[in-house]
Design a protein around this ligand. Structure first.
Ligand code: PRT
Ligand code: ZN
Length: 292
């Protein structure tokens, strides 16, 4: 695909599946405008030199490796299973799952070592074989397409190796997880050759920074409060902040206003401690973007 206009980047997204909605939303949060009512072929971005290619997720690692596209959003599980040589630029915080080996509830298999001689059904033969090799376990890998979870009930295998997110599919099929092969999430991946091309690399870097700005901001809340000036040191110590919090004098010399960005995970705890330290009129706002 060396004939495409050199000035436009191309990104591959899953066309219809678990990653599709989060992938397109991420691009929109990165400020890109595009039509997606017809998820076929290329959707051009109106305000960025980027075209979006909607394809099956399994095709994305190879498309990125081969330079059919410059970028792809795909699970790291698919990249590993394809053995694709791509650069993983950014983990995107969605599409979380684990590749897990599981056995029937009443199976005598209780550890990876017990898998020796067992038949394991999987759509992830490459990942599974690499894992078994690492563990020094010799087992029979039964390659299947699609759902592995029924294989033990059909006596096609003694164990399965499949992706798990909530675990409800395993429970429904009377299977218990034995060992995790690896964890996975969606990632922004790049064609190594595109990163060596100065113009393409610059465009890729701009997109990456925008995505990072959104992902960082999503974890933050902007907190504003009034505090007694005398309590300022204590309040500052509570606020982790990006750097130091902004302190604004108020008309009443005994009071100051303090502004800071706080991580979502510690946010309630911080709020409670601020209140206890004398903070009042605590106002919390979402953060839209943050470029460091
Ligand atoms: O048509 P196309 O090939 O594009 O789609 P697909 O059916 O191959 O893929 P899709 O949309 O199911 O998954 C795309 C990607 O989502 C995967 O490659 C993973 O990166 C990610 N992902 C996250 C998952 C899961 N969670 C997941 N739970 N992919 C599949 N599953 C399946 C799993 O295989 C099992 O059948 O869901 C079932 C288990 O789910 P729980 O919640 O019951 O544990
Ligand atoms: Zn697929």
């Amino acid at each position: 695909m060396g004939t495409r206009p050199p000035e436009r980047l191309r990104i591959a997204l899953q066309n219809a599946g678990r990653l599709t909605r989060d992938s397109t939303e991420l691009l929109r949060h990165a400020g890109l405008e595009f039509e997606e009512h017809d998820r076929r072929l290329l959707a051009p971005c109106r305000n960025f030199a980027l075209d979006i290619l909607f394809v099956r997720d399994d095709d994305i690692p190879e498309y990125v490796q081969d330079g059919v596209v410059d970028l792809g959003i795909v699970g790291t599980n698919a990249v590993r299973e394809a053995g694709a040589r791509v650069d993983v630029l950014l983990e995107l915080g969605f599409g979380y799952c684990s590749l897990v080996i599981a056995v029937p509830e009443r199976s005598p298999i209780h550890s990876a070592r017990d898998l020796s001689g067992a038949r394991i059904a999987t759509a992830y033969p490459r990942s599974l074989k690499a894992f078994l090799r690492d563990q020094g376990v010799e087992a029979e890998v039964v390659e299947i397409r699609g759902s592995a979870e029924i294989a033990p009930a059909l006596d096609v295998s003694d164990a399965i190796c499949d992706l798990v997110s909530t675990g409800s599919t395993l429970r429904l099929n009377d299977l218990r997880p034995l060992v995790t092969v690896y964890e996975s999430q969606a990632a922004l991946t790049a064609h190594p050759g595109s990163l060596r091309d100065e113009d393409r690399a610059a465009g890729i870097r701009r997109l990456e920074l925008r995505m990072e700005a959104y992902l960082t901001a999503r974890r933050l809340r902007y907190v504003m409060l009034n505090a007694p000036a005398a309590a300022l040191d204590q309040i500052k110590a509570i606020l982790p902040g990006l750097r130091s919090p902004t302190v604004i004098p108020l008309a009443d010399p005994g009071l100051v206003a303090v502004h800071a960005a706080v991580e979502e995970e510690v946010f309630w705890e911080v709020l409670e401690r601020l209140k206890a330290a004398g903070g009042s009129d605590i106002l919390v706002l979402p953060v839209e973007k943050l470029m460091r």
